[in-house]
Design a protein around this ligand. Structure first.
Ligand code: GLU
Length: 387
């Protein structure tokens, strides 16, 4: 586990994510210099027995450029969801063609893996993706992942490839995620207009002060971008995987990073990790409803790792089945946990506020004394959206 920079030399497998802005130019289309830069670094790492999976954005941006050859408004207007999906369908083969061309000149095969959040939510499909990636690595192939944009709608998207990269790292059991972007790390101010803004070299805990660096007043610079990168860092480090943000324009940032050089920002792992099951509940499952609980129950689950009992409930929202994922809200209506429900929403409403020993007389059966068992309950940190 990478807990500090010098541990980076232990990296055996990593995810390298490249953003659209580095790969696609609205005028010229694909940036081949960037592709060559990536391929050179991946080749060098292969010689050191370090396996790399690429997560590459760029399909929508490249598709827009291609479609604009017939209708220039594809570049200028705000696209609707189905238009973005069409652009992705046009751009993805162009993107893969560029990678294929340059990697094959260096003797590598590439493989395209298009994933959706739904794929990772289902155990069997998750394992299939993981096994396929494992087989590709054994065959010396470079997997290139993107979101399967043509089949997902906005609400069920990963949203951005930063989060996808962090989740893929778990699927392929990587030690490290490297996000290549157009800035060389996280700064404590806007480096464009704050000359004394400092780059944060290492982050050991993702707390409010780190979040404020991406959202604080005056940081118009890369705001959205840094926010999603910090969220990705949270997902990755919670899974015991370190994450680095580096400048993608450099010819050797990835290589220098792995040597332990002080560049970019490294989010280190600590002992505060989610198990696989908790990771699945917190990051992949979508909540179908909510439970509003009282202060005593909130303290019991937050401070004492207890299961959630019906006596602590005062309201149920949404419609869900037994076994589905639900969000738990504290008395301030703040989401504090996600978990798998032991009862469906109708039964849950009936047992609200009851002592566990009264569940049976109320429902006519009692499978569990708790409404969410502690093993199926994950506490959310402030920044994890309770989706
Ligand atoms: N999947 C999108 C694409 O290839 C990119 C999403 C992102 O930029 O994070 O265009």
């Amino acid at each position: 586990m990478i807990q500090q920079r010098k541990d980076l030399s232990q990296t055996r497998r990593l995810v390298f994510k490249i953003g659209s802005s580095l790969l696609a130019d609205p005028q010229y289309g694909i940036n081949m210099t960037m592709i060559e830069r990536i391929v050179r670094q991946v080749t060098a790492l292969h010689q050191q027995n370090i396996e790399v999976c690429l997560v590459s954005s760029g399909s929508v941006a490249l598709g827009r450029v291609a479609l604009a050859k017939h209708d220039s408004t594809w570049l200028t207007r705000v696209l609707r969801v189905h238009e973005k999906q069409a652009a992705a369908a046009v751009g993805q083969p162009a993107l893969m063609h560029a990678y294929h061309q340059v990697f094959s000149d260096c003797g590598f095969n590439v493989a395209q893996m298009l994933l959706t959040r739904d794929d990772l939510r289902h155990r069997r499909r998750y394992l299939n993706a993981s096994n396929t990636a494992g087989t590709l690595f054994s065959a010396g192939v470079i997997p290139i992942v993107n979101e399967n944009d043509t089949v997902v709608v906005e609400e069920i998207k990963f949203g951005d490839n930063d989060a996808l990269a962090a989740l893929v790292a778990r699927v392929i059991e990587a030690d490290l995620v490297v996000l290549a972007t157009d800035v060389d790390g996280l700064y404590n101010g806007n480096p464009n207009n704050t000359p004394d803004a400092l780059r944060i070299s290492e982050v050991h805990t993702i707390d409010a002060s780190i979040h404020n660096m991406a959202t604080g007043a005056g940081s118009s610079f890369g705001t959205g971008g840094m926010k999603s990168k910090i969220h990705a860092a949270d997902i990755a480090t919670r899974a015991g995987i370190a994450l680095a943000i580096v400048a993608g324009q450099s010819d050797h940032a990835l290589l220098d990073l792995l040597k332990g050089n002080d560049l970019g920002t490294l989010f280190c792992c600590n002992d505060d990790r989610h198990t696989r099951r908790q990771h699945w509940i917190a990051e992949l499952l979508q909540a179908k409803g909510g439970l509003y609980i009282d202060a005593g129950a909130a303290t019991a689950i937050e401070k004492h790792g207890a299961s959630l009992l019906p006596i602590g409930l005062h309201r149920v929202s949404g419609s869900f089945d037994k076994g589905e994922c639900i969000t738990v809200y504290n008395p301030e209506n703040k989401p504090i946990a996600k978990g798998l429900s032991n009862y469906n929403s109708r039964e849950m409403a009936m047992v609200c506020g009851l002592k566990s020993e009264h569940i049976e007389s109320c429902l006519g059966y009692m499978d569990y004394t708790s409404v969410i068992h502690r093993d199926n309950l994950v506490l959310l940190r402030d920044m994890i959206a309770a989706v």
